[in-house]
Design a protein. Structure first.
Length: 365
């Protein structure tokens, strides 16, 4: 794999770069994470065409346009970012060609194009024809085989951006040789997407602390009536998740906050149980809130766990997932985390030891 950080300046000097980023999150923290790579590329007198997406549109949906992102990015950089609202590739190429070196452009939402999520080779070629070099700095989409992530690399010299390289290094550290005791905290709205991490860290983690859908699903499999709580109910997923019942290092909630026939948070005894283990950790991996954090008072457990994680200064902490990171930022706790991953699903897949299509595509180039 070729890395932006170690590449020869000639690879970029005076070139037009297609930079894949990911702005698909509430708030602009992923955008902030990309500033380092943008400024690095601008040092080489480049032109940068940024590609990203937002949401899951079915065709063109104005509310998911990236026009606002162009303005926000310009404010971060204190530079004008030219927004390209239509995918007229011939016109885009002429516009970029006429622009002076140092110009920045942002394409419209790539998912307005049907070929993006199909990894369409034609779309990959059209994107490639706009530029000279491709840089992927969007770890959060590397688990998806999209045209702007995989197909485009077939036609261009391709590099991993600064943030993508940092993601791989930081996550590899906890995947390969985590300091023990290791605590893995898993929550959020789905259980099946955590199964790979549970399997991969079964013999590495001292404790898995489960909340949210992972906990509710395990409780359901144990025979508890979780009523209308968020839990995985697909028979195939449940069959795979049954194996987790035998894991002796899984710690489930011992009390809960029920409302509207749902478990909306874990209780005070569970909070104390989780915090006692977090205090002993030397490595902490966390993905997903423990309760319905957008509604008071059901974010209490997640906040108390967050405070315990940042209070443990002896532990190396890794946190990922938009909701979890959003809560950390809301309470100004994010700066005390050793590494915040820009990926949700991508982080889980990487930590499960799976091959990510976006990273594999860069390895082939």
């Amino acid at each position: 794999m070729k890395y932006l950080r170690t590449a020869h300046p000639r690879a970029f000097q005076g070139k037009t770069i297609l930079l894949r980023l990911d702005f698909n999150t509430q708030g602009e923290w992923r955008m902030e994470a990309a500033i380092r790579t943008i400024k690095f590329l601008l040092k080489f007198k480049t032109k940068i065409v940024i590609a990203s997406h937002r949401g899951r549109p079915k065709g063109v949906e104005k509310q998911l346009s990236l026009g606002k992102d162009a303005r926000n990015l310009g404010a971060f950089l204190k530079e004008r970012v030219h927004f390209l609202p239509q995918f007229r590739f011939g016109k885009i190429k002429k516009t970029v060609a006429k622009a002076p070196l140092g110009s920045l452009f942002l394409l419209e939402n790539l998912r307005f194009l049907g070929g993006e999520e199909r990894n369409d080779t034609k779309l990959g070629r059209q994107l490639a024809e706009l530029v000279d070099v491709y840089v992927n700095d969007a770890f959060a989409v590397c688990h998806r085989a999209d045209a702007s992530v995989v197909a485009v690399t077939k036609y261009l010299p391709s590099y991993a951006g600064l943030e993508l390289e940092r993601e791989m290094e930081s996550l590899s550290r906890v995947l390969r040789k985590p300091k023990r005791p290791l605590v893995v905290i898993l929550g959020g709205a789905k259980a099946h997407d955590k199964l790979g991490v549970l399997r991969c860290f079964r013999r590495k983690a001292e404790w898995f602390l489960l909340g949210g859908a992972p906990a509710n699903t395990m409780l359901f499999l144990r025979g508890m009536d979780v009523k209308d709580s968020v839990a995985d109910k697909d028979p195939k997923d449940l069959e795979r998740l049954k194996k987790v019942l035998s894991f002796r290092n899984v710690v489930l909630p011992i009390d809960y906050k029920f409302a509207e026939r749902k478990i909306l948070d874990v209780g005070e005894n569970t909070i104390r149980s989780f915090i006692s283990r977090i205090r002993l950790a030397r490595t902490i991996i966390w993905s997903g809130p423990l309760g319905l954090i957008e509604r008071e008072p059901y974010g209490r457990a997640t906040l108390e766990v967050a405070k315990a994680v940042v209070a443990n200064r002896k532990a190396y902490s890794v946190v990922g997932g938009g909701e979890t990171v959003g809560l950390l930022k809301k309470y100004s706790l994010d700066k005390k985390i050793n590494f915040i991953s820009t990926g949700g699903g991508a982080m889980l897949d990487f930590l499960a030891g799976e091959k990510l299509p976006g990273i594999e595509a860069l390895k082939r180039r």
